[in-house]
Structures are given as structure tokens and as C-alpha cells.
Design a protein around this ligand. Structure first.
Ligand code: DOR
Ligand code: ZN
Length: 343
């Protein structure tokens, strides 16, 4: 059987929620990834080191006994985050970054930042204490076409942030456009990006052609094919600015299959297999290890993992749903065939 063995990967962007949902989804992340950046958009958001420590404990409690997994915590940047908050975070071993959500951009972003210029003092403190800033890069102007929101964020905000804080390390999360790929590629080495499996595998037809498919709805939204191709080229290029971040974002099936469904694709059930599929289609399986296991660790200045995982070339059908209490979570590619399987 054809196999592929790579250094154990990390997920540099995931949502594992809390409570019962956390217990359901966390084993999927822990079975494949050694570490993951945990997004802080809970209700209420994780804004302090004390809250992050409590959340980290809850996550560690949900790791199955036979698995070894380290959650890397982030704090949610708000209009009132102070330099003292940032200093405390920099001194904490648990917190590795701050996340900037423009207010209203996505799930649980109401507490996010309404006026980006007004948080420049906080960005200056992040630069000073050398803590990375993770950005959901979309403008939230309701008059802006949803397919243009990422491009306009770069033009309106990101250019200025990068110019004003040249030493600030920034990850533009879940990039979805050719413009984002070009921006990150042309920037200094302080600027990197994560790429999700859904944005490598699908364009917006998956969401909208021949019927509306809510399980392909995430933010930033899937774009045209030309953008998907730019993302595949970036991910498979060997450029260390681009690395794995699933943005796995579980919502109960009932909350997605409704008149106003939540944004988020659940991909943790088969994340590394989904990426393997995308890399194989691009004839670039040899680039998977760098993207999945090396470049993110290098950017965050953490050691690369030492152990390995093995994928087998083997067809399997993704379950149509995973149980979550009385409800279910519908995974990415539910009921469809994947050609790689984690051993
Ligand atoms: O689709 C998304 N879902 N995008 C995000 O930025 C947040 C996420 C979530 O938390 O559900
Ligand atoms: Zn996310």
C-alpha cells in the first residue's frame, strides 16, 4: 500500500468551542495534530490570561488519555485591550498570540474591534512585546460586497498596519484571494498566512451552484476558481509564509441547515487527509510536510515536532454526520470519498 509519512503536523488556526461540543470535537484535532492555535471567540470571548488558563484546562481535560496534544492559547483583542493586558500575555507561557476580529465580521465577533485606528496603541504594545497578531482580514461595511471584503481589508487596513508596525509579526488568517496571496508574498518575513482545506479544495460553486449547500458556508466565503488556484499555488510552493490552519469551526447541523445558517466548516475529522487530497491533485505531496509541520512552528518560533504520522492511500467514505449530544455535526465532504486515511 502507498503510504506517506510526515513529521506530526500542527493546526495553526482552529475552533474547538467549549462545554459538550468541545468534548465531541477535540479528539479529532488531537488524533492528528501535536499542537493547535485555539481561537478565542467563545461567548463571552477569551480576553484575559486568567480566562485563557481556565479554557486551556478545560481543553486539556477533553484530550483522550492515549493522545498527546498541546493547546496554544490566544486572546481576543477588543477596543479596551491595554498595554498591561498585553504585557501579562507576553509573560504567560500559555498565550501565544492575540486575535483581531473586526466587529461583526464573523461568528462571535460582536466584541471585536469597531475602529482599527483606535487600537494602534495595542498594536504598538504587541510589537513591543513581540506577540503575533492574528487577523480575520475582512471589512465589515454592510455595503461592501461579501466577495470583496478580504481584498478591501488589505487595501484599507492591512497596508497601514504593516507600515506603522514594521516589526509586528502578523498572520493573515484563512486567506481566500489572489490579492491576499500577492500581499503576503510581497511583504517582509514578519507577515505570514494560514490556508484552510476548504479554500484549497473548493470554489464558490460548491456553495451555490445547483442548490445552496450550507456546509460549505464559511467566512471568508469561498471565492472564484482563479483565487482557489492562487491558494493552491501558494500552499504548494514551499514558501514558508504559507502554512496549515484549518479554521475548523463546528456548528450543530441544525444551526447550519436553516434560513440563516452559521458560518463555519467542520474539517477536524479529516484535516490532514483533506490537505493531502489538495496537495496530491496539485502533484505536490512532497510539499505537504513543510506546509503542515514545519513553517508554522518556525514562524511562531516553536520547536518542530519530532514524532511522525502516516497516511495510507486508501479510499474511505466520510460519515454523513457525527453525533453531538442530541444533535449532529456535519463534516466537510460528508458522505463523500477521500483517498488518504490517517493510520
Ligand atoms: O466561518 C467561520 N467560522 N469563520 C470564522 O471566522 C469564525 C468561524 C466560527 O467561529 O464559527
Ligand atoms: Zn477561525
Amino acid at each position: 500500500m502507498k503510504t506517506l509519512t510526515i513529521t506530526r503536523p500542527d493546526d495553526w488556526h482552529t475552533h474547538v468551542r467549549n462545554g459538550a461540543l468541545l468534548k465531541t470535537v477535540l479528539p479529532d484535532t488531537a488524533k492528528q495534530f501535536a499542537r493547535a492555535i485555539i481561537m478565542p471567540n467563545l461567548k463571552p470571548p477569551v480576553t484575559t490570561v486568567a480566562q485563557a488558563l481556565i479554557y486551556r484546562d478545560e481543553i486539556l481535560q477533553a484530550v483522550p488519555v492515549d493522545m498527546d496534544f498541546t493547546p496554544l492559547m490566544t486572546l481576543y483583542l477588543t477596543g479596551t485591550t491595554s498595554e498591561a493586558d498585553i504585557k501579562l500575555a507576553a509573560e504567560s507561557d500559555a498565550v501565544v498570540a492575540f486575535k483581531l476580529y473586526p466587529a461583526g465580521a464573523t461568528t462571535n465577533s460582536d466584541a471585536g474591534v469597531a475602529n482599527i485606528k483606535a487600537i494602534y496603541p495595542a498594536l504598538s504594545a504587541l510589537e513591543k512585546y513581540d506577540l503575533p497578531l492574528l487577523i480575520h482580514g475582512e471589512v465589515t461595511d454592510e455595503h461592501c460586497d461579501i466577495f470583496d471584503r478580504e481584498r478591501l481589508f488589505i487595501e484599507t487596513h492591512l497596508n497601514d498596519i504593516v507600515k506603522n508596525f514594521p516589526a509586528l509579526r502578523i498572520v493573515l488568517e484563512h486567506v481566500t484571494t489572489n490579492e491576499a496571496v500577492q500581499f503576503v508574498s510581497a511583504s517582509a518575513n514578519t507577515i505570514a498566512a494560514t490556508i484552510t482545506p476548504q479554500h484549497l479544495l473548493f470554489n464558490r460553486n460548491a456553495l451555490l451552484a445547483g442548490g445552496i449547500r450550507p456546509h460549505y458556508y464559511c467566512l471568508p466565503i469561498l471565492k472564484r476558481e482563479q483565487h482557489r488556484l492562487a491558494l493552491v499555488a501558494a500552499a504548494t510552493s514551499g514558501n514558508p509564509k504559507f502554512f496549515l490552519g484549518t479554521d475548523s469551526a463546528p456548528h450543530l447541523s441544525t444551526l447550519k441547515e436553516t434560513a440563516c445558517g452559521c458560518a463555519g466548516c467542520y474539517s477536524a475529522h479529516a484535516a490532514i487527509e483533506l490537505y493531502a487530497e489538495a496537495f496530491e491533485r496539485a502533484d505536490a505531496l512532497d510539499q505537504l510536510e513543510g506546509f503542515a509541520s514545519f513553517y508554522g512552528a518556525d514562524f511562531y518560533r516553536l520547536p518542530r515536532n519530532i514524532t511522525t504520522v502516516t497516511l495510507e492511500k486508501q479510499s474511505w467514505i466520510v460519515p454523513s454526520a457525527y453525533g453531538a449530544g442530541d444533535s449532529t455535526i456535519t463534516p466537510l465532504k460528508a458522505g463523500e470519498t477521500l483517498s488518504w486515511k490517517l493510520r
